[in-house]
Design a protein around this ligand. Structure first.
Ligand code: NAG
Ligand code: NAG
Ligand code: NAG
Ligand code: NAG
Ligand code: NAG
Ligand code: NAG
Length: 397
């Protein structure tokens, strides 16, 4: 008996040592926001409970799950998740509930973010609905003056190895999800919903970040579904439904004279329904050292989209105080392949490129865009490239 017990004991130790040697054995600590004072009643502000749970999680070596059970949680101000001093190997924020913003838009509006993650690594946000209740701020903006800019619902900064999966984001005051100076980020199965007329409610904004994947997302918003800012490298977008909204945009670029380029962007299997644009690259008419290089638009369906394919190097909304220079952004090596559907305007393909730096190596193939069952048109200036096979409308090269 004693022999067999100690045998089992030693056997377990040996297994544990072997498994941790191969990195397969890790303890997992479970935390629950309710034990940090969060109240799933939609009334008591649970912001502090979230940051307290995070601090505790950070102090745990190994893996930690922060559970947010079903229910509605009022989160009345910015929650900062900071990772610089975290000891944990991995933190999973598992949300089964709905997080709701405060009724008074000024409380969130004066903050830059609602949920901000800075310097975090190996973090997963799994599930959850984030309802920022942005509409009162939008009506303030529609009526005029003295409105705060608003908070981005979820922002990741200086972070790596992050997964955002199964999240629903509703009615953000400003951007829904923003990624700044990050690497290795996966955004999957998210739903983003805001009305067509809600200002600056971009779905996903990415900049200065490398190795980003966005997969299977449904984005309905009042601004860009996905906006791809300077310094975005190795971005893969696969399986996106967009609309209402302004489409998928690389840009705006040339905001600054010194600016990082955008390279290696692939957008596969996108569906655009009644959006203002489909696949767009835009830059201000300003000198800049930025560039766009190796972009692949592969497979898109356009349903009544105002500008299905657009390169606009004279971007200046409202035409007020435009820089009026030749855009310095060099756009090179862009493929448009397998793009079908309907345009809501006669000009389905528009490329208005910089005179100083014409767009080069633009390739089009398997394109069929129509205008109310009629032929559509192209409008191209300062573009060179080639077309292969069916390209309707054609006329750019
Ligand atoms: C992040 O997770 C990976 C894979 O699970 C692991 O190898 C790595 O050590 C973790 N990084 C840190 C800083 O804990
Ligand atoms: C895509 O995401 C939705 C949630 O937005 C999910 O219900 C669906 O199962 C996902 N599809 C795939 C193929 O993963
Ligand atoms: C972009 O892709 C090219 C060609 O595959 C590769 O050489 C380059 O290193 C990539 N850029 C980055 C920043 O990884
Ligand atoms: C297409 O969209 C325009 C507005 O952009 C709208 O006026 C028109 O009715 C739509 N047509 C169809 C067929 O949906
Ligand atoms: C282009 O698409 C239209 C509308 O879907 C279709 O009627 C037409 O046959 C297509 N043209 C070609 C050459 O495939
Ligand atoms: C750019 O386009 C303009 C307008 O079509 C044309 O006058 C000019 O010659 C073009 N410049 C170059 C460098 O192709």
């Amino acid at each position: 008996m004693a022999f067999s017990l100690s045998f089992v004991y030693i056997f377990n130790i040996v297994i544990t040592i072997i498994m941790s040697h191969f990195g397969q054995f890790h303890a997992r600590t479970n935390l629950n926001v309710l034990s940090f004072g969060a109240k799933p009643n939609g009334v008591v502000d649970s912001a502090k409970a979230f940051s307290d749970a995070w601090s505790t999680a950070c102090g745990v070596e190994d893996s930690v799950v922060i559970n947010v059970p079903r229910g509605r949680y009022l989160v009345g101000g910015q929650v900062r998740f900071e990772g610089e001093s975290c000891k944990s190997r991995e933190i999973i924020l598992r949300i089964d509930g709905t997080l709701i913003g405060p009724q008074d838009y000024k409380l969130l509006g004066k903050e830059e973010n609602w949920f901000s993650f800075s310097g975090v690594h190996n973090v997963t946000v799994l599930g959850g609905s984030f309802d920022a209740k942005g509409s009162s701020l939008w009506s303030c903006k529609a009526n005029g003056y003295n409105c705060p800019e608003g908070a981005t619902t979820m922002r990741f900064m200086d972070s790596y190895n992050v997964r955002i999966k199964g999240v629903v984001s509703l009615n953000s005051q400003l951007f829904h999800i923003a990624i700044n100076r990050c690497r290795n980020i996966k955004i999957e199965d998210v739903q983003i919903i805001a009305p067509a007329d809600s200002p600056n409610t971009d779905g996903i904004h990415i900049q200065l970040s490398t190795n980003i994947e966005v997969r299977n997302a449904s984005i309905k918003t009042g601004d860009d579904c996905i906006s791809i800012g300077p310094g975005t490298k190795n971005l893969n977008v696969d399986g996106i439904t967009c609309g209402p909204g302004h489409g998928i945009s690389i840009g705006s670029l040339a905001k600054d004279i010194k600016e990082e380029g955008v390279e290696n962007v692939t957008v596969k299997k996108a569906v655009f329904v009644r959006t203002d644009n489909g696949l767009r690259i835009k830059s201000w008419p300003r000198h800049s050292n930025g560039f766009v290089e190796r972009v692949r638009f592969l497979g898109a369906i356009m349903v009544n989209v105002s500008y299905p394919i657009l390169i606009d190097q004279n971007y200046c909304p409202g035409d007020s105080s435009c820089p009026s220079q030749e855009s310095g952004i060099k756009i090179n090596d862009v493929i448009y392949s397998g793009i079908m559907g309907t345009s809501a305007t006669k000009v389905a393909i528009k490329m208005d490129c910089s005179e100083r730096f014409p767009c080069t190596k633009i390739r089009m193939q398997a394109i069929n865009l129509t205008y109310y069952g009629d032929t559509a048109k192209t409008s191209c200036t300062n573009v060179s490239g080639k077309q292969l096979g069916l390209v309707l409308p054609n006329g750019c090269f």
